[in-house]
Design a protein around this ligand. Structure first.
Ligand code: LLP
Length: 463
């Protein structure tokens, strides 16, 4: 719809930065299914529902801000990934995107594996009953305690990230009388098209061992000599929020090239490769993510083709999606507190959360969408900036968004696609209390991570 469809024209639209939204969406009341979780609808009264539950009732019961996670959607995405990759591959959910005991149980029930990257994530996984052999441990600086606990638990694999770690893990395993299954994480030298802080396969960064100049081949040589290690394969993760499959294809090709070199030098075929996570999701209607079956097809074909060309058996493949599973399944519900119109500029709509529950806008310039969800409105669209309540001007939740111009204190706004890296990166800045995560399914809602309380904050303060 062109702007002229709104006779008065959208308020403040002339100050939109280049490259951002072209203009207001056709209808501010319509929810784009691409960016909202599967059971989100607007009911006949104009109120948004999730899993059949009205957001006004949810706000009443659980308070705001709060994350509402659509359990059916989460499980459906787990199944879509598992089915797409089939029985010759393993799907490891990346727990850093969001982890809780309930999530671990769902993953377990859906037959997924789990990637953890800290002692805390490992503890959560084990506590909630994930079989140790289905867990992988990551990290560029795992502590001796973390490695020991993982080896003792009988973890399925540890992904080695440095020369020191090869020796460290081998020693710990030997001391415990075990042989630990490991992969070596390599950096393949791909520049992923994403934010610098979340790109991980170019050479000048902290993760992995470079393929360049034979570093990775040397790591393989050393790992193969150590009795405490069973080297099962090579790992590569090129970054996050990536839409273009080309980077994954280059990565797959280079990893297979290393397998070929290992076969030629040592006479062994490493049985597994892991191509990491990083698949992008839709945060706004402009994003066009790939479906799991397209990703599985593209990766499967390239690995098979490269292996055939090299005369290698096709290794077992694994992938580690985090965001692509949990990201689209949740939205954050906020209540509007104040509305401040800056004449000729934009309108600042302040909500009761902010950078403590979603740091991604401030940290990566991430784009989000937002909708008025407690009612519909026919008011003209107004260029808005949704901001939080923190003492910092960079405390922005949604930088540029159109909201109806009658948005007012007491209205509920929802920001979709906040399932990944929002609660897991939440902070207590300004002594904010981190919001709860409420799982919604078939007309029932239950808290899976409760809201923090002032007692929680004060309990840590022992002075
Ligand atoms: N595997 C490894 C080894 C990783 O380092 C990561 C993410 C993943 C898998 C999962 O990536 P995903 O599929 O979720 O993109 N905090 C940033 C993202 C950092 C991701 C770190 N590693 C964000 O909010 O965008």
């Amino acid at each position: 719809m062109s702007r002229s469809a709104h006779p008065a024209g959208p308020r403040h639209a002339d100050v939109l930065p280049e490259g951002h939204y072209a203009g207001p969406p056709a209808d501010l009341n319509t929810l784009d299914p691409q960016i909202w979780s599967r059971t989100v609808r607007r009911n006949a009264d104009g109120v948004v529902t999730v899993g059949g539950l009205d957001v006004r009732a949810l706000a009443e019961e659980f308070g705001t801000p709060a994350y509402f996670l659509d359990e059916d959607d989460f499980r459906a995405r787990c199944r879509a990934w598992k089915d797409a990759f089939g029985s010759d591959a393993d799907v490891f959910y990346a727990g850093k995107a969001f982890l809780s005991r309930a999530i671990v149980r769902w993953l377990n029930e859906e037959g997924l594996h789990l990637d953890v990257c800290s002692g805390g994530e490992l503890a959560t996984a084990l506590d909630a009953g994930m079989p140790a052999e289905r867990i992988a441990l990551h990290g560029n600086n795992k502590s001796v305690e973390e490695i020991t606990r993982a080896v003792e638990a009988g973890i399925g694999r540890i992904v080695l990230d440095s020369f020191q770690e090869i020796v460290r893990v081998a020693h710990i395993a030997e001391k415990l009388g075990k042989r630990q299954r490991v992969q070596i994480r390599v950096t393949v030298g791909v520049e992923a098209h994403t934010h610098e802080f979340i790109a991980t396969a170019h050479e000048d960064q902290k993760f992995g061992i470079a393929l360049a100049e034979g570093q990775a081949a040397e790591a393989v040589r050393r790992a193969l000599k150590l009795d405490g290690l069973e080297l099962i394969g090579i790992h590569s993760h090129i970054g996050s929020q990536i839409f273009d499959m080309a980077g994954f294809e280059v990565s797959a090709r280079r990893v297979v090239q290393l397998l070929t070199e290992v076969r030629d030098e040592h006479g062994i075929e490493l049985p597994e490769i892991d191509l990491g996570g990083g698949l992008g999701i839709a945060y706004t209607s402009a994003d066009d993510p790939r479906e799991p079956h397209e990703i599985a097809k593209a990766l499967g074909e390239i690995v098979t083709k490269e292996c055939e060309a090299a005369g290698l058996g096709v290794p077992r493949l694994s992938v580690e999606p985090g965001r692509a599973i949990v990201g689209p399944t949740a939205f954050t519900l906020y209540e509007v507190g104040t509305v401040k119109e800056l004449e000729g500029l934009r309108t600042y709509v302040s909500v009761d959360g902010g950078m403590s529950d979603n740091i991604r806008t401030a940290l990566y310039d991430a784009e989000y969408s937002v909708a008025l969800v407690s009612r519909t409105s026919d008011a003209e669209p107004m260029l808005s900036r949704v901001v939080g309540k923190h003492c910092e001007s960079g405390d922005i939740v949604v930088r540029d968004a159109f909201l109806p111009s009658d948005v007012a204190p007491g209205d509920l706004l929802a920001v979709p696609a906040t399932g990944a890296y929002c609660r897991s990166m939440a902070s207590n800045y300004n002594h904010a209390l981190r919001p709860p995560v409420v799982a919604v399914r078939d007309g029932a809602a239950r808290v899976i991570v409760r809201r923090e309380t002032e007692e929680d904050l004060l309990r840590l303060d022992v002075g």
